[in-house]
Design a protein around this ligand. Sequence first.
Ligand code: PLP
Length: 375
Amino acid sequence: MLLFTPGPTPVPQNVRNAMSDETMHHRTPEFEAIFKKARKHLFKLFNTDEVIMIASSGTGAMEAAVVNLCKNTLLNINSGKFGERFGKIAKAHGLKNVEIKNEWDTPVSVEDIVAAVKANNDIDAIAVQISESAGGLRHPVEEIAEAVKKINPNIMIIADGITAVGVERIDVTNIDAILAGSQKALMLPPGLAIIGLSNTAIEKIGEGEGYYFNLATEIKKQRQNTTAYTAATTLIIGLLEVLETIEKQGGFGVLYCNTARRAKATRAALEAIGLYSYPKVPALSMTTIDDKDASKIRSALKEEYGVNVAGGQDHLKGKIFRINQMGLIETYESVWVVNAIELILHRLGRLEYAGIASKVYNEVYFKTALTKKEI
Ligand SMILES: *Cc1c(COP(=O)(O)O)cnc(C)c1O
């Protein structure tokens, strides 16, 4: 089965092999050496002043960022399930919460955020997805962060990069916390969350908040290449293997470039056979298609072509499907997927099969390869 869901993503064979060794004790020089190397790679990936790994799924990183960086009112951006989650986390911790809500295909506007911030002096943190996975859209996080810092540099910008870190180069100049999760662009099993922090964030964290997710405790330990509690040793061993693999294949620049080409080629291929891209501003992490036959296409992909793509949640259940673009994906796999969709549309009587999708995919993908090496 080809796993083409935007998380979890497939774990490469060499990474699975690296994780198949005997369990290592976390308080040993051997593991600390691995931790140190993984940390070094993460600084390159995140470009932030500090990077912290915690044993939890991505939501743990969301909760850690909110409790440690928001003391008063959180402004969260709800253009989908993950954005909504930030508001729920704030409420669960007794924080005040203001929300800007949009349709799941609509990114938040910088103007709306600026207006909300100006209208409420209690807002001390803003939480927003870089890529909102519910509808596959891209929020203008860098522009938001820049505009907000001009109004008040003490407002913390929490950027959920769980489907963005490892997908594209992100300008973290005005971002205070940027979050990643192992099972998305990092091609690992679920269970490891990573938080990049600015020095401003570290100042605000002070003594930290909470217990397990107290970031002050973790920062202190992780600077010594260890963790406050038992580290997710196996996942960190896998993480190092993933990051070394990316480096061997040309580094993050090449990965970002290939991801962008794949996203562009997939979208062009599917539009060429009459399908529509759902979000107004699509993220590069996934291709989201809005279609009345979404359920049929999705189950035919699985049953007849061995491809697992994701559907929609809540009100978008049965209305969209989402194809992953994150990680190291072979071109022949992507071509197989778009060709299979064209065959399915033929069978549904919507078009006459002509091999258009795979042709367009190859054209778009390889033409960019001939003209541009890196972005
Ligand atoms: C997957 C995801 C999360 C975290 O989900 P977990 O299931 O807790 O790992 C958060 N935000 C976004 C944008 C995601 O795609």
